[in-house]
Design a binder for this molecule. Structure first.
Ligand code: ZN
Ligand code: ZN
Length: 759
């Protein structure tokens, strides 16, 4: 009997061919296995029917740990036996849109970690030790199929020892493309900030010592550079904050091990699961009472972003020091993508760091760390990138057409939608300039090449001036693609609906800003939408509030607060003058704001983010947004320590939730009720009020599914309060689990609207 199998899914770069080889040999079959140009694997089997049957039975229940078998297409062949043995043969370039994909980067496995520490092992203390089950994938691959010559490992010909392992079917590194050792593999080296080599036999551990002593280093990893420093000493952190112009933005840290994390943060079982998973994301953890790291790591926040080492290099940084954790933050200059190349790093980061820890393997594709948070029993992605991209999101139905979604503007990703799979790119960043726009284009074309995908339609935001919108229009014209513009919050709602396989949803979508269908600034919306329709209904929203000075108002929450207080008819003049020191131009600016207030007729917004900002300003905890979400994040941290003692009942004016009464209540109780309790009450008011609008809409439309999306859906208090209220009304509540709740999920939502709707 002779059969040919075409296996699709995540089957390249995960030890699938060696696995097939062993199984074929074990069952006494001949033939071959090879990679295909579309990330799938082709198998030819020859032998007795009984043996092939046994092989197929094994294949149904076994697989290498990282493989995901999507489909096995079986063809019976006629003709005579052609093969004497079973072999792994040269890859074919044959390609169709199979929906297969190469895996994300994978953290060092336990077997490699053991070898890293074994003085008898030839890869003892080799910083880039990997095997079939671990190591970089997405960041080193230039083209398919996943063969060494198609990756940046091509520049490191294997030594005799590595070659022997590579060719030994019984070895863990049989056909592992990243196999390397100290003799033949990439090298690490340390330089000063001007690129002068520091002579040492042990650059990695010397780097650890330098960090411990208070130096700032740029450390090159799989997907780009990290800026690293001590978490114990204030001095390097202060220096880093002043040169990086990051006054307060929290730094992510890398802890030595799980035990070390428990010394300064609270780790629940779900959090532990993510921290130690092969994806190794940054997990936001609550600081514990014994938190003893510098307060400059994550100022004024109750939590801190922590990850565990994911390469041998990371583990070794901690070998010669007593530090439990180092700052490890993405090295990206303001509004630019993470730095990945050595020369570029010297030029851009030389003024920030004292030393560089380089390695000499090219990074084919940059990839930032992923960031997530656990809310009760659910996880939410703040950023879905390394360890996850480009693994697809599976959908319940097949899309009508192939779509590429270009996302919005901030925290962007792109998305390729192909039948029932959506491939979301790595984190791109804020597409406000040419550098990030180039990165977006590169990442999107790479995703299309990897999936062998030909777009029919391009989807983008409704905002006419976004770079992504203009790019989509260009693509549409040049390549003759259909163009679908999707309202920002509609995209959020569609993302939530598709992620959970729902046909219709009432979605509460809250964030900082989205261009509304009426051209106004939206951000606190109750939408009704259904899969298959390009339309949606806006069922309700937050009260529109003045946005004095437009973009300035998002930067200085005091401006939004002033507008709201004026509507609440409190003495806003006094309040503004008292707080004018928090405005860049002091009293002069305060007076100008007052004049604008009197005139009225300015721009307005229904944004939930701006209301939280205003509450933060009135409570005096944040007057300037130096990083995205800062006032709201600080407000949440404060609120977690408080109780809802105000017990404000939501006031609805038709389909609008009143927020003026909220700011008034906060203002009038300043000094009488603790700031933490007021912060808590503000959260509860908004969550209950938005839920009430959603419940009303759900009853009116007879829809049972209510969800919460948008950046504000990362807020633990809002999510929990809304969840309770929605479920108490007998409805089902949904939040994002696999797709980012914030703008990183917008490209996916756009693709869903464009892919499933009738046009
Ligand atoms: Zn390994
Ligand atoms: Zn070697």
């Amino acid at each position: 009997m002779r059969i040919k199998l075409n296996v699709t899914g995540i089957v390249q770069g995960v030890g699938f061919r060696p696995f097939i080889y062993r199984m074929a040999v074990r069952n006494g079959l001949t033939g071959y296995v090879r990679n295909r140009g579309d990330a799938g694997v082709e198998v030819l089997l020859e032998g007795e029917a009984e043996k092939i049957h046994r092989f197929m039975r094994d294949l149904a229940v076994q697989k290498p740990p990282l493989a995901q078998i999507e489909k096995i297409n079986r063809i019976e062949l006629s003709g005579k036996k052609e093969h004497k043995h079973f072999t792994i043969i040269k890859s074919s370039q044959e390609a169709e849109t199979s929906g297969s994909i190469i895996p994300p980067d994978i953290a060092i496995c336990n077997k490699c970690l053991k070898e890293l520490r074994d003085p008898k092992d030839p890869r003892f203390e080799y910083f880039f030790i990997t095997c079939t089950d671990c190591g970089p994938r997405f960041t080193i691959i230039e083209r398919l199929p996943y063969d060494r010559e198609n990756t940046t490992m091509r520049e490191f010909p294997m030594c005799g020892f590595c070659q022997t392992e590579y060719e030994d079917p019984l070895n863990r590194r049989f056909h592992a493309q990243t196999v390397a050792c100290p003799t033949c593999g990439p090298k690490a080296y340390l330089t000063t900030n001007t690129g002068e080599l520091v002579q040492t036999k042990d650059p990695v551990r010397l780097a650890g010592k330098l960090l411990s002593e208070g130096n700032i280093l740029a450390v090159r990893g799989y997907g780009g550079f990290h800026i690293a420093s001590s978490t114990m000493l204030d001095q390097p952190l202060l220096r880093l904050r002043s040169t990086k112009h990051r006054q307060e933005k929290p730094f992510a840290i890398m802890a030595k091990n799980l035990q070390a994390v428990k010394g300064f943060a609270e780790v629940g079982s779900k959090e532990r699961e993510f921290l130690t998973s092969p994806a190794r994301p940054i997990v936001l953890l609550n600081k514990s009472p014994s938190y003893n790291l510098s307060r400059l790591v994550a100022p004024h926040l109750h939590n801190v972003g922590v990850m565990l080492p994911y390469t041998g290099l990371h583990y070794m940084l901690f070998d010669k020091v007593s530090d439990e954790a180092f700052v490890m933050t993405s090295a990206n200059p303001a509004n630019q993508p993470i730095v990945k190349d050595n020369e570029e790093a010297l030029k851009i980061l030389g003024g920030t760091v004292d030393y560089f820890l380089f390695h000499n393997r090219k990074i084919a594709h940059r990839c930032d760390d992923s960031v997530m948070r656990v809310n009760g029993s659910c996880q939410v992605f703040l950023r879905r990138s390394r360890g996850y991209a480009p693994a697809p999101i599976r959908l319940k139905n097949k899309s009508k057409r192939c779509v590429v979604g270009l996302g919005g503007e901030l925290n962007n990703t792109s998305c390729v939608l192909l039948e029932d799979k959506a491939f979301i790119s790595q984190h791109i960043g804020d597409v406000e300039n040419i550098e990030t726009q180039n990165f977006l284009q590169e990442a999107t074309s790479h995703l299309q090449r990897l999936t062998n995908f030909h777009a029919e339609t391009v989807a983008c935001d409704l905002h006419p001036k976004f770079n992504t919108t203009m790019l989509a229009k260009e693509m549409s014209q040049e390549d003759g693609l259909g163009l679908v513009q999707v309202q920002h919050h509609h995209a959020h709602a569609a993302a939530l609906m598709a992620e959970h396989g729902l046909d219709e949803i009432i979605a509460v979508t809250c964030d900082g800003y989205g261009y509304g269908s009426d051209g106004e600034a939206w951000g606190g919306e109750i939408l009704n939408c259904a899969l298959g329709s390009s339309e949606f209904t806006r069922l309700g929203h937050l009260e529109a509030q003045p946005l004095l000075g437009g973009d300035l108002a998002s930067r200085y929450p005091i401006r939004v607060a002033a507008g709201m207080l004026q509507k609440a008819r409190v003495n806003v003049e006094n309040w503004l003058i008292q707080n004018s020191a928090h405005l860049p131009h002091g009293e002069t600016e305060a007076k100008l704001i007052l004049e604008q207030l009197k005139k009225g007729n300015g721009v307005e917004t229904t944004s939930c983010g701006r209301v939280l900002d205003a509450v933060a300003a009135v409570l005096g905890i944040c007057f300037e947004r130096s990083y995205e979400g800062e006032p709201a994040m600080k407000l949440e941290s404060l609120a977690l320590a408080g109780k809802d003692i105000m017990g404000l009942e939501p006031i609805l004016q038709g389909d609008v939730l009143d927020t003026t009464c909220l700011i008034e209540a906060i203002y009038r109780n300043l000094g009488k009720v603790s700031a933490a309790d007021l912060a808590r009450s503000a959260h509860v008011y908004l969550a209950k009020g938005l839920a009430a609008l959603a419940i009303h809409g759900a009853n009116e439309k007879s829809v049972k599914n209510v969800g919460f999306s948008g950046g504000a859906a990362c807020n633990q208090i809002l999510v929990q309060q809304m969840w309770e209220t929605i479920e108490a009304a007998g409805l089902q509540f949904f939040v994002h689990q696999a797709v980012p709740a914030g703008d990183g999920g917008v490209s996916f939502g756009q693709a869903v609207v464009a892919g499933f709707s009738k046009f």
